[in-house]
Design a protein around this ligand. Structure first.
Ligand SMILES: [Zn+2]
Length: 87
């Protein structure tokens, strides 16, 4: 997903919660313990050391009452409101 490569996830439109999560590379480093493996992990998300972080926003796919697919959107983890739509 493209979203993973971005550096700044911004703030929730409704409650102003900070939507930035952990750095992708840091997660890889914690998980695998070496810079080399962390680089590989980050690369698989289109990120590198110092660029690219996960967002805290929740990806939601839904259907309307006639079971038509609704456009996916992102939900705020704090207030549960729609924080922004996917482009
Ligand atoms: Zn919110």
């Amino acid at each position: 997903m493209q979203e993973l490569t971005i550096n700044d996830h911004g703030f929730c439109f409704h409650c102003n919660a900070d939507l930035n999560g952990d750095w992708v590379w840091d997660i890889g480093f914690k998980k695998y313990g070496t810079e080399e493996e962390a680089d590989k992990f980050a690369a698989s998300f289109g990120a590198i050391k110092g660029f690219g972080r996960f967002g805290r926003e929740i990806y939601v796919k839904g259907y309307d009452e006639s079971y038509n697919k609704l456009p996916p959107y992102f939900k705020c983890p704090d207030c549960g409101e729609k924080c922004y739509e996917q482009n």
